[in-house]
Ligand binder design. Structure first.
Ligand code: NAD
Length: 252
């Protein structure tokens, strides 16, 4: 960890109440950043803030939903006239429902959070970054951005599509100092799978075939470290990159 890497930087982290988002908020704060954590989970956000405060870091929390434009606008207004880093981490799974099983509500919600939510917040942060001469966006995609054996259809589609969003942003705004990159984790020990909604058992069994080539699940900080690096000045020539952080799973 480089404790000076983000000194003086203003950093937005979505999904900061849990898992990779919490680990990233903790890491950005430990590396000198002033963190604004955003999430729909209020108690989880408060816990993240406590953890950061206990080690002397700075973290403000804003409760909201990435799919609601008014919440996104409230976040950007609360952060103010500078945003150095936007870490788009909030995301949800789809209970492994395949084409024959997916319902409209699951499809719409997964696409709304994992794709449209990223677009809404990135679009809102963009003018602030352009006005200050640049900024770094890091979006958490997935091994499901590259193939189909890691989730159901809605999640796979959302994570494929978000790569297009990341690349389009890099292509059109790189000349204005905006860097936009994606991190693609494999399995990570977080709360993402903990839903009571029914899962597609046969799809999960089939997915286990591709999971046989896995090494092991990662800890959230193993992904946070990659996010932090892509956001820092040392990664100044990284733009439009799609970086796997999955212990080699994508090579199978
Ligand atoms: P997690 O469930 O532990 O954390 C996700 C956070 O996002 C939660 O705190 C949740 O409240 C928040 N969130 C969900 N919907 C939101 C919304 N509409 N608005 C604001 N916040 C919202 O899961 P995680 O594994 O840490 O997931 C983080 C990211 O990593 C996601 O984009 C996920 O797709 C991706 N990812 C996770 C894994 C894995 O195995 N855990 C693998 C690949 C990619």
């Amino acid at each position: 960890m480089d404790t000076a890497r983000h000194t003086g930087k203003i950093v937005i982290v979505t999904g900061a109440a849990s898992g990779i988002g919490r680990a990233s908020a903790i890491r950005f704060a430990a590396e000198g950043g002033s963190v604004f954590g955003f999430d729909i989970n209020e108690s989880g956000l408060q816990e993240t803030q406590k953890l950061i405060a206990a080690s002397g870091g700075k973290c403000e929390i804003i409760y909201g939903d990435v799919t609601i434009q008014a919440d996104v606008d409230r976040l950007v207004a609360a952060v103010g006239s500078r945003i150095d880093v936007l870490a788009n981490i909030a995301g949800i799974m789809d209970n492994f429902r395949t084409l024959g099983e997916v319902d409209d509500a699951t499809w719409d919600r997964v696409l709304d959070v994992n794709l449209t939510g990223v677009m809404r917040l990135s679009r809102a942060a963009l003018p602030v970054m352009i006005a200050q001469g640049g900024g770094a966006m890091v979006t958490v995609a997935s091994k499901a951005s590259l193939g189909a054996g890691a989730s159901g259809i809605a999640y796979t589609a959302s994570k494929h599509a978000v790569i297009g969003l990341v690349k389009s942003t890099a292509y059109f705004y790189g000349t204005q100092g905006i860097r936009s990159n994606a991190v693609l984790p494999g399995p990570v020990d977080t709360n993402i799978g903990t839903t009571s909604a029914p899962h597609s058992e046969w799809a999960m069994q089939r997915a286990h075939l591709s999971m046989a080539t896995l090494t092991k699940s990662a800890e959230p900080d193993q992904i946070a470290s990659v996010i932090s690096w892509l956001a820092c000045d040392e990664a100044s020539n990284m733009n439009g990159s799609v970086v796997s952080a999955d212990g080699g799973w994508a090579t199978a």
